[in-house]
Design a protein. Structure first.
Length: 398
């Protein structure tokens, strides 16, 4: 939450490099079992249905997502949750040293505790053998459910299928269905594309509004997965359709080559000296992008935009150092979505997911925020904790 590069069989080592170097992955904040997203956040469909074609429309779209979220829609009720007391759920992230993946687990554990369900966290450590060992141990220990964090089904189908064969429901969180599978009560996928698209749209809207519809953009696309490719395509198409006075050039990178981003950015800026904005599809490359901007001597010539809501990215926005906007999504809210999804699966239901908490961070909205690692693991940057009661009410838990 929303994108984290997909751990294909051949990409685990590359992911370890990228995740270890980044403080965030896009939290794909898709709320579980609800027909709409938090009230002040709106839905991707609603955000995309407006005119959006002018500077004023772009400004209005951005403004809609700058507010703190204090009112949340109700979750769909589900019965039988009280019967799950004493059950255990295993959370297996691809790598728990990444702050956002750890935050998912902490939030999910807090949510499940409210329902009387215990949580065991087993670190995949960016190695398929470790993730497979965690899954095997979950089976041996009699887990009642398993949630994996950004581990692609197709990267280790045997392990996932083994859970299903042992009648242990598994939520493949952060991944689109693949390997010929679709979501079911036994094996479900927490897809991310709606949130990816929404954040790309808001990033472009922010640039359109700030430039008064005359931005010359260098765009950094990520090639790691179909979802990142699709999100980049969406962002570029949105800009082209809604800003006739804007121009865009693109460079791409993947997790294995993220350390080459500084030289790529520097060379691109020198080749396109009229560039006024640098837009990162994901702020995981933010520190490298800034290095490239500085190397080219463009620190005072361009403004930077990105998505993900990483701590270092928001710190740059706050300090006014190159970056002027970042689009983030709450990892805490998503952790509760993980909990809601696996609870419903344990009760024999197929969970569904829609867009969750998304917020625009600019110089105004970061003012007063505690930009610390501790604050990152809370919902403080996004709004109140009132969302918790929407889940508890749906579960019949007091």
């Amino acid at each position: 939450m929303s994108y984290k590069p997909r751990p294909r069989r051949y990409a685990w080592r590359a992911l370890a490099v990228a995740f270890a170097g980044a403080v965030t992955l896009t939290a794909a904040a898709c709320s579980s079992s609800s027909s709409s997203s938090p009230s002040s956040g709106g839905s991707a469909a609603a955000a995309n249905s407006g005119s959006g074609g002018s500077q004023s429309a772009a400004s209005a779209d951005v403004a809609q997502f700058t507010k703190m979220v204090n009112s949340y829609v109700a979750q769909q009720p589900v019965s039988g949750v009280s019967g799950l007391k004493g059950k255990s759920v295993w959370y297996i992230p691809i790598g728990n040293t990444v702050p956002i993946l750890a935050a998912f687990g902490v939030a999910m554990q807090a949510a499940l505790t409210k329902a009387g369900i215990s949580t065991h966290i087993c670190d995949g450590k960016f190695l398929p053998t470790n993730a497979a060992a965690c899954i095997s141990q979950a089976e041996t220990d009699g887990a009642s459910g398993v949630v994996t964090g950004y581990i692609d089904y197709a990267s280790m189908p045997t392990s996932f299928n083994s859970l299903v064969s042992h009648h242990i429901p598994v939520l493949v969180a952060g991944e689109a269905p693949d390997g010929g599978k679709t979501s079911s009560p036994q094996l479900a996928f927490f897809n991310t594309i709606q949130t990816l698209d929404l954040m790309q749209k808001l990033d472009m809207d922010a640039v359109i509004a700030d430039s008064k519809g005359k931005a010359n953009i260098l765009y950094l696309g990520v090639t790691d997965s179909p979802q990142t490719l699709d999100a980049a395509t969406y962002g570029k198409q949105y800009l082209t359709a809604h800003c006739s006075g804007c121009q865009i050039n693109e460079i791409t990178y993947n997790t294995a080559s993220i350390t080459k981003v500084p030289s790529q950015v520097s060379a691109a800026l020198i080749s396109h000296p009229d560039t006024t904005y640098v837009v990162d599809e994901l702020d995981a490359a933010g520190q490298f992008t800034v290095q490239g901007i500085q190397s080219a001597g463009y620190t005072n010539k361009v403004k930077m935009a990105a998505t993900n809501g990483a701590l270092d990215s928001l710190q740059r926005v706050s300090s006014g150092t190159v970056q002027f906007v970042d689009i983030g999504t709450s990892p805490v809210y998503e952790g509760w979505q993980f909990a809601d999804g696996i609870i419903r699966m344990m009760l024999g239901h197929t969970p569904s997911f829609t867009v969750g908490v998304v917020r625009v961070f600019n110089s105004s909205t970061v003012t007063g925020l505690a930009l610390t690692p501790a604050a990152y693991t809370t919902n403080a940057w996004y709004g109140s904790d009132a969302f918790q009661q929407t889940f508890l009410t749906a579960w019949g838990v007091k």
